[in-house]
Design a binder for this molecule. Structure first.
Ligand code: ZN
Length: 146
């Protein structure tokens, strides 16, 4: 197993109240294209991905009042929620962060949107930025994380 490497910013996660209303802005006012809407039961959200060159925007709408996105919206309102780094090896990347004293929200990666394994680092130990690691699962296409 090679040492874990962060390859790029995969996406920015943005908490929104309504995917449809937010997509109207990104698609009409900015001219971006939604690549698909997907429900992610593990996170109690519906997501929409928009390509911006190599990076994506991940719009996150809560599907339940106890979704972490619902809590974020209640406390902070709509806005940037997390930054996601694509890693070559998610378990090793988590272990490296942990070895360096970073608090993990998820010790074990779980299924996120787009057929990826994801895990989050706690913003209290990342200087205020909720940080996601993501990695395409073996067998899924490597065409940009969507
Ligand atoms: Zn994300």
């Amino acid at each position: 197993m090679s040492s874990p490497t962060i390859q790029k910013i995969d996406h920015l996660g943005i908490a929104v109240k309504s995917l449809e209303e937010t997509l109207a802005y990104y698609e009409k006012a900015l001219g971006l294209t939604c690549e698909g809407i997907e429900e992610v039961p593990s996170q109690k959200v519906r997501t929409a991905f928009l390509a911006v060159g190599e990076v994506h925007l991940e719009l996150l709408e809560p599907t339940s009042p106890d979704s972490t996105i619902a809590k974020f919206l209640a406390e902070k309102g709509e806005g940037i929620h997390h930054i996601a780094f694509r890693t070559s090896e998610i378990e090793g990347q988590l272990a490296k962060a942990k070895d360096n004293g970073v608090r993990l929200i998820h010790e074990v990666p779980f299924d996120g949107a787009g057929g990826k394994l994801v895990a989050f680092l706690h913003p209290k130990s990342t200087h205020g930025v909720l940080t996601e690691f993501c990695m395409p699962k073996a067998g899924t296409c490597g065409c940009g994380g969507h």
